[in-house]
Design a protein around this ligand. Sequence first.
Ligand SMILES: [Zn+2]
Length: 168
Amino acid sequence: MKPYSFCPICGTMLDRAIIDGRGRKVCLSCSWVHYINPLPVAIAYTLNKNDELLLALRAHEPACNEWSLPGGFVEAGEKAEDGCLRELREETSLEGKIDSLIGIYHREVEPYGSLLVLAYKVVVEDDTIAINHELFEAGFYPEHLMPEVRIPLHQEIMKDAALYEPVQ
Ligand SMILES: [Zn+2]
């Protein structure tokens, strides 16, 4: 993210100061402080009734042409669970239900900066997929037929999700 040079409130040139233990840009005219917070992302680890996992081949950067779990940015005013299901619906037209929170993760990703990632286990009744422009391909895969997922965060979520699977 390109740093601010001028105050977005009053237009004064910003100075730097240590506030709450960190160097931050600050406006000495109106006291505005440029706090930089992580962006929330929701990811859907989505299973159909046969316990097959939804994987999607991304058609955009970052990680273009990589197999991934669907997900995206949570909007302002939106619950993370709703953002998770909305992103799933937009990318694949699937109507999911939240089963559980798998975990919360942190990543630094260009060009977004810090991401706060909430990964949910989602279940679908009807697993008929219609992908949008964000994907090249998507499908539900049993473990032995899964394409290789190489995005480290998604590998970590898949590993953590597997720990929650009930023992048969
Ligand atoms: Zn200002």
